[in-house]
Design a protein around this ligand. Structure first.
Ligand code: MSP
Length: 679
């Protein structure tokens, strides 16, 4: 199957922000899903570079317009590459191939009798590049973006849009899914009911555009120029025979993915232009909602934009990709908040997915020498095993379906259902308990196999959304990523005997609060990085830039900061940042044995969630070794190693001492997971 998907081409007067990133990431995930299903995919994005707005922005920057366009277009190209976007082409409307295509379309429409010359007088919004009828002005401003409109009166070519009223109505009656979601389609249908007026499609008051064929005093209206990009990229207007072949192979596009504010141009103008040129219409216009910041659309003119880089630097690229695709219910608007970001990072990524990946693989290293064990065929059909396998199989079908319908948030929810079910399965089966009894070897192998197989499916399903993290998980499982993996993806297919790769920690928990992160971003001293064994780039980096949407918080009362001068005399109190340097963690005791020839010392192996360590503690007079195994303790995790009776100790157990010097281990109100930070 062939699948051609486009994003809007972005105006280059603003630097790329979350809104642009979101559309492009959604298209990226859907394109990747189709590729994984073995389809022939063409994924296009690019920049929309003509029009008065760009000409003015270049003048303001004191640069030649072409140079300005080159630089700002490059910023989009780089931003998308940094987001690991897998576009097959990046189109610029200033490229010669696009001039040829737009002029070719113009000629065909004109020769078919749908373009005529006249005089245009009316209001124009340069920000949105739209003509605004006087009746639609809101206090003299554009109804879409709220910016001032300008009066224009000039000779202009007109496109006979009114001639297509009936055919457009028929289009919407015969193809109810042409525009989705339905709410946008209904808007278009009611707009059509109001009747269509001819559209001014050329300007003479500036020159930064594509010259109208045979009348170069006019440049094309930017939307006529811009919409054509979708055909340019697949060879329209190129005289070369192979280009003609490409065009007939890829055109019409299957999906134009757009934001909700540009539906009208895509749903009325574009089909009408194509009808006027006797060209086939695209398959579907899929529109999404807006990212809002405290209820207002995020946009450069309001100045309330989120820069993806700030979040990618702090939390990692795949965390950013996950958040935007999970948080926005496709089609609706969504508010971007740091609290939601941090919450999802810690709950969904660090706890649920990160723990599953490290638990499921670590146990196979520990109990099976790092090789996938063969499950027992009889044990595999018991309820929890069969349930998990069935649930995983159902999720495979659901994730595939939801993804190609653009319901990415729902697709991710399906994947997380499997993650949670697998985590619960591990708790039910307690492999660590099975491992203590050699008679339960088959049960242990079956449990470890079942959990790892579910993790493998989770990783395969995550590939369109979090390509890098997904491949890292597959490497941990020992499976090579196959480019067409979704075609035959099924639960229970993991091959016993597969050698696992190294277990790494993907999403180290971030223990700072949003307030602390804001202070760090504002340049105050950083707390120590999150867990020491992390391999992601986020751990080494301090946030160096303030995320745009979070003003630095006022210093907390009593904390030392620039705004609260420190007392002059020796003040031995610690600042919060000094305290945070001590890495206190929850750990679980795995083994305990007295150190020979020592009355006090006990040698413990502890599980720190991501690693195991040896700690030598002076508690042997107060505790029996057996009573310690399985106990949850608190430790200092970042002490330099020390040798006690020849054994290297890596950490210190937290305990109080009674009046007679007897140690008393601290305990918790509940059972926190190993590795949890204590503050
Ligand atoms: N150049 C036109 C599109 C021409 S397509 C032939 C244009 N460009 S734009 O730079 O303004 O980008 C608009 C697109 O960016 C929106 O349709 C949407 O995809 C994305 N977003 C910009 N701001 C957004 C939000 N705040 N939220 C979500 N996406 C938004 O219009």
């Amino acid at each position: 199957m062939r699948f051609y998907i486009t994003t809007p081409i972005y105006y280059i007067n603003a630097a790329p922000h979350l809104g642009h990133a979101y559309t492009t990431l959604v298209a990226d995930a859907v394109a990747r899903a189709h590729r994984l299903s073995g389809h022939d995919v063409f994924f296009l994005t690019g920049t929309d570079e003509h029009g008065q707005k760009v000409e003015r922005a270049a003048q303001k920057a004191g640069m030649p317009t072409k140079l300005f366009a080159d630089q700002t277009s490059q910023a989009f190209r780089t931003a998308f590459a940094d987001l690991n976007v897998s576009n097959d082409d990046f189109i610029r409307t200033t490229e010669p191939r696009h001039f040829r295509a737009a002029q070719e379309l113009w000629r065909r429409v004109r020769d078919n009798g749908y373009i005529y010359k006249g005089q245009y007088e009316g209001w124009y919004c340069t920000v949105d590049e739209i003509f605004v009828p006087e009746t639609q002005l809101v206090d003299g401003r554009c109804p879409t973006c709220g910016n001032k409109v300008e009066k224009i009166a000039e000779e202009s070519y007109f496109f006979r849009l009114s001639a297509f009223e009936e055919r457009l109505r028929e289009l919407y009656a015969s193809r109810p899914d042409f525009v989705t979601p339905a709410v946008r389609r209904n808007e278009i249908v009611s707009f059509l009911e109001g009747g269509l007026q001819d559209l001014s499609v050329s300007r003479t008051s500036f020159t930064w555009g594509i010259p109208v064929p045979d009348d170069p005093a006019h440049v094309m209206y930017v939307w006529f120029d811009a919409l054509t990009n979708y055909m340019t990229a697949v060879g329209y207007g190129d005289a070369d025979a192979s280009a003609a072949g490409r065009f007939s192979h890829y055109w019409p596009a299957d999906v134009h993915l757009i934001g909700k504010e540009i539906v009208r141009q895509h749903a009325i103008y574009w089909p009408a232009f194509l009808m006027a040129a006797d060209l086939p219409l695209p398959g579907q216009l899929v529109s999404h909602g807006w990212w809002l910041m405290e209820g207002a659309k995020m946009s450069k003119s309001v100045g309330n934009v989120v820069r993806p880089k700030d979040y990618v630097d702090r939390f990692g690229l795949d965390a950013f990709r996950y958040f935007v695709m999970r948080e926005m219910i496709f089609g609706q608007d969504a508010d971007f908040t740091d609290e939601a970001f941090l919450g999802r990072y810690n709950a969904d990524l660090a706890n649920d997915l990160g723990n599953l990946a490290s638990r499921a693989t670590t146990m196979i290293h520990r109990y099976c020498g790092g090789v996938v064990p063969a499950p027992d065929a009889v044990l595999l059909v018991r309820e929890p095993e069969a349930d998990l396998r069935e649930r995983t199989g159902v999720a495979i079908a659901a994730v595939k379906a939801r993804t190609v319908e653009f319901q990415l948030s729902l697709a991710l929810r399906e994947i997380w259902d499997v993650v949670s079910a697998t985590n619960r399965y591990i708790v039910t089966r307690e492999p660590w308990a099975l491992a203590k009894d050699p008679a339960k070897r088959a049960e242990l192998d079956t449990a470890l196999y079942t959990a790892l197989d579910a993790l493998r499916v989770v990783a395969e399903l995550l590939r369109p959304f979090m390509p890098d993290a997904a491949e890292r998980i597959l490497a941990m499982v020992g499976v090579r990523p196959d480019s067409g993996a979704w075609g035959a993806l099924a639960a229970g297919d993991l091959a016993p005997g597969t050698r696992l790769g190294e277990t790494i920690q993907l999403f180290p928990r971030i223990d700072q609060t949003v307030e602390e992160l804001r202070r760090l971003a504002a340049g105050e001293p950083a707390a120590p990085p999150t867990p020491a064994s992390s391999t992601t780039s986020t751990k080494e980096k301090r946030v160096t830039e303030l995320p745009q949407n979070v003003p630095p918080a006022a210093p907390a009362a009593g904390s030392s900061s620039a705004a609260t001068p420190a007392p002059a005399a020796a003040d031995t109190r610690l600042s919060i940042d000094e305290f945070m340097k001590v890495d206190l963690r929850v750990a679980r005791v795995l083994t305990a044995e007295r150190v020979p020839n020592s009355k006090k010392l006990m040698k413990l192996t502890i599980d720190l969630g991501t690693e195991q360590r040896t700690i030598v503690a002076g508690i042997a007079e107060a505790y029996e070794a057996d009573a310690l195994v399985g106990r949850t303790v608190g430790i200092v995790a970042n002490l330099k190693p020390a040798k006690l009776m020849g054994i290297e100790s890596n950490g210190m157990i937290l305990a109080a001492s009674s009046a007679d010097g007897k140690p008393m281990l601290i305990s918790f109100d509940g059972t926190p997971e190993p590795g949890t930070r204590i503050r």
